[in-house]
Design a protein around this ligand. Sequence first.
Ligand SMILES: Nc1ncnc2c1ncn2[C@@H]1O[C@H](COP(=O)(O)OP(=O)(O)O)[C@@H](O)[C@H]1O
Ligand SMILES: [Mg+2]
Length: 422
Amino acid sequence: MTSERECYVYIVPPGATEFVTAGRFSVSSTPDGEAVGEFVYGRHYLERDDAVELDPVELRLRRGLYETARMDGLFGAIRDSMPDFWGRRIIERNIGHPQLEEFDYLMQGPDDRAGALGFGLNVEPPAPLRSFNRTLDLERLQATADAVINDMPIIADSAARQVEELMLLGTSMGGARPKTVVKRDQDLWLAKFTRYDDRWNHPRVEHGLLKLAQACGLTVADSDITTVAGRDVLLVRRFDRDRAEDGYRRHRMVSALTLLRSDDSAAARADWSYILLADEIRRVSAEPTADLHELFGRMCFNAAVSNLDDHPRNHAVLAKKRDWRLSPAFDLTPTPVIAIDRRDLAMTCGLFGRYANRENLLSEHGRFLLSEKKATAVVDGIVETVRAEWQSTMRGAGVSDADRKAIAGAFLYDGFFYEKAV
Ligand SMILES: Nc1ncnc2c1ncn2[C@@H]1O[C@H](COP(=O)(O)OP(=O)(O)O)[C@@H](O)[C@H]1O
Ligand SMILES: [Mg+2]
C-alpha cells in the first residue's frame, strides 16, 4: 500500500497582492519508505498572462507532470518555503508531538513564509494575511521566544493567544536563530532576537557586518536596531515583500541550495560551491555579469571577515517581476575561530576547496566573468575597506569595546594572505 498526501500550491503573481492557484503537489510513500513527489501546473494557471515559473531550475512553466524522488519527494522551491530549525521547533512546541512528517511542516505555520508561494488544502487560495505584529509587540514576542529557547511554559493571557503568539514567531521563515516578522512604517521586517547563550551582542554585530559589507560596495538588506526591554533586536527589511495600495507584493525567492540542486545531507555538501553557484547564476540571472561580480565580492567578503556560516541557504535569487536576480546579502556573522593558518568557508571557493584564502579566492576568477586583474582589484579593495573600517563601522553599529575585542580575531586572519594555498 502507498500513502499519499497532497495540497494546492498558490502563488502571488508579479505585481499582484493576492494568491492564485498555481498547481497541485503530492507526495506518496511506499511501504519500503520511498517517497516520490509530484507537481503539476494547473491548466487555468498556465493560461494566465501573468503565469510565472515557481523556480528557474526544476519546475519550469509547462504542462505535464514533474516528479522527484529526492529529499523525501520535495522539490527545491517547496523545500525553500518550509520552516527550518527555528520554525520547526515552534511548530513541534505548538502541536505538542515531534512525530511530524515533512508534509505537516509544509502545511503548518502562518502566511509569512519567504518568497511568493503558499500551500493549502482548498483549491481556492486563502486571503492573504492582513494583520501583522508591530515593533511595539516585540517585547511580548521576545519573551515568548525566550520561553521557547529555554523550554519554559509560556505565560499568556489565554490558551488561544498563546498559540497565536507562538505561531507568529517567524514560524515559516527559515534559519535557526529566534525571529519573527513585524510591520514597521508599513514595511515588513524580519526581527532577529538575542539568545541567552550568545557570546556577544548578535543583533548589533550582524547589523555592523551588513553595514561593513555595504561599505565594501556590496548590495545588502536594509537593517536597523531597536531596543526592547533593554535588549537589542536586529530588524532586517524583507526584500521579498513590497508594500502596495492593497497589500503586499510578494517576490519569488529560491535559495542557492535549490539552484545547486542540493540539500543539507552530508553527501550533498560536496556540491556546495560558489563556483558551481556562479555557473547556475550565469544561466538563471537576467544580469549575469553584475550578479557574478557581486557574488565574487560576497565570497571574498565572507572570507575576509570569517563569515564561515555562508551556506547555500544564506544565498538566494529573487524575482520581482519575471526575471531572476541575485538577492541582497543577508545573515552575515563573523565566526572568530582560533585557527590562524586555515579557515574554511561553508562552500568551495576555488581550486583549493573551501580555504578562505586570497589566492584560492582568485583561482577561479573566470567563472565569475572577471579577469585576474579585476578580481585582484576586488579582493584587495575589500581587504583595504575591512582593514580600515571594521572597527569604526562596528562602533557605529553600537558594538561595545568588549564585543569588538571578542570578534576581532574574525577579521583578516593570517591564513587569508598566505601564498601557495594548499
Ligand atoms: N531581508 C530578508 N528578506 C527576505 N527574506 C529573508 C531576509 N533575510 C532572511 N530571509 C530569509 O529568512 C531565512 C532566515 O533568515 P536568516 O537571517 O538567514 O536567519 P538565521 O540567522 O536564523 O539563519 C533566510 O534563509 C532567508 O530565506
Ligand atoms: Mg541563515
